[in-house]
Write a protein of this length. Sequence first.
Length: 143
Amino acid sequence: MNNQNIMYTLSIDPGKYKCGLAIVDNHLSDDLKLIDGKTVLTTELIQSINSYSEIYPFSTIILGDGTSSSAVKNILQHHFNHLGILIAHEKSSTDEARVFYWKDHPPKGIWSWIPTTLQLPSEPYDHYAAFAIAKRVLRNKER
């Protein structure tokens, strides 16, 4: 895949023990896309960002302002001071993350009869919260 002419945005949903990372297509469009995402241990954050930067060129990091955001912000400023860091509100991003998760991973079998609002994903979905945060910021930038 040739990513040389494409610019992405990295979004982070910070946490004390784990962080959600989302690579978002930065092209101006009505439908922003989650290109890649994962949930990583906070202790592995620097390594994970470095790995992503080798695959997806990004010049901006969007950081949610929730749990442990100040500690993660300090890490980012120390290791990635050449990148722009935007702080964004992450209120209700977990609720939005569940919606994105269930859209990508619809329940199967008998679970499809139970509303997803009454279910919890069976795997970490913090990267979907990071995606929700990015969507808010990038949508507002377009206006």
